[in-house]
Design a binder for this molecule. Structure first.
Ligand code: AMP
Ligand code: ZN
Length: 114
């Protein structure tokens, strides 16, 4: 989608601080981090929300988690732990409508979340 911020990152039109990239995925640091390590993992293909996922996207979603674990290990935060969150629509506070897995690490994360 031409007006989607994360599609522009996927095509290289906008350059975030990239932590991992392959043919299908991109991981980059969140511009407004809520933890010492806060990065996002996105599919390069535009999918607006979790509600738009199709059965055929199951493997792609699994790959988001594999990439999250890989980057967490690369950053040295995997053993201490981290939180993954994917917000969906207004009540969860989704602001960018291209699915993205948040990965937060580097501090104690309270539970339950707000
Ligand atoms: P959400 O509120 O779950 O839709 O998360 C969107 C996230 O994208 C927020 O944490 C933003 O800080 C992050 N974000 C927005 N613009 C950028 C950008 N240009 N580079 C990196 N992260 C961004
Ligand atoms: Zn998009």
């Amino acid at each position: 989608m031409s007006d989607c911020l994360f599609c522009k990152m996927a095509t290289g039109e906008i350059s975030p601080e990239i932590l991992y990239e392959d043919a299908e995925l991109l991981a980059f640091r969140d511009i407004n981090p809520h933890a010492p390590s806060h990065f996002l993992v996105i599919p390069k293909r535009h999918i607006a929300t979790i509600n738009d996922l199709q059965a055929g996207d199951a493997e792609l979603v699994g790959k988001l988690y594999l990439a999250a674990a890989r980057v967490a290990a690369d950053l040295g935060v995997a053993e201490a732990g981290y939180r993954t969150v994917m917000n969906c629509n207004a009540d969860a506070g989704q602001t960018v409508f291209h699915i993205h897995l948040h990965v937060l690490a580097g501090r104690h994360l309270a539970w339950p979340p707000g």
